[in-house]
Write a protein that binds this ligand. Structure first.
Ligand code: GLN
Length: 187
């Protein structure tokens, strides 16, 4: 029998525990990652939602910039919400640094105050998908190599590019395992 895929969840801040549960439900072994050593032991990584500016600081304190960049050159990363912001090439509103691993431009907090947080019905591979958006960014540009798997109001909200995947919503907050399953197929 082939062993389970070991998938790390960056556990510095944000919604990492729920992602670990979702990954286990989708059939993987989830590992909380806080150090370079832990990163070396996993086949793929999820960067969760939370607050991207706080995560940037913590990545600096833990000296994880280079390890994360190097990891992303070789292995798949799935960034959700703040995680998507950390992976994007360019970040707007305001501009901030990123890991620059996925050729996307994202605008932070782009739904404005009224719609800061909402639940939307999307379509994924021909079936309905419920998606929770919490102070979500909007993807303003996707690179030529990107594949858009789901949209909301015409904007891409679930995108793959090369090895990596990003979602601007929170697939770990619904019971539907399909988004994590799609990521695991890429690992
Ligand atoms: N608004 C947050 C940010 O800009 C992201 C919110 C989230 O991850 N749910 O970092």
């Amino acid at each position: 029998m082939v062993g389970k895929k070991r998938v790390g969840v960056l556990a510095l801040q944000g919604d990492f525990a729920k992602h670990a549960e979702s990954l286990e439900r989708a059939g993987a072994e989830a590992v909380e990652v806080r150090t370079r050593e832990a990163l070396e032991g996993v086949d793929a990584l999820v960067v969760p939602g939370g607050e991207s500016t706080t995560m940037l600081k913590l990545i600096g304190y833990e000296d994880l910039w280079e390890p994360l960049r190097a990891f992303g050159q070789k292995k798949p990363i799935f960034g959700t919400c703040a995680g998507a912001i950390l992976l994007a090439k360019h970040v707007l509103n305001p501009t901030q640094v990123s890991l620059d691993l996925v050729d996307l431009d994202v605008e932070r907090n782009a739904y404005g105050r009224q719609l800061d947080s909402h639940i939307a019905q999307l379509e994924l591979e021909g079936s309905p998908l419920e998606a929770v958006f919490i102070r979500a960014p909007i993807i303003r540009r996707v690179g030529a190599g990107a594949q858009v798997l789901a949209t909301h109001n015409g904007d891409p909200v679930l995108v793959t590019e090369g090895k990596h995947m990003v979602a601007t919503f929170h697939p770990e907050l619904t019971c539907d395992p399909r988004v994590h399953e799609i990521f695991l197929r890429r690992v």
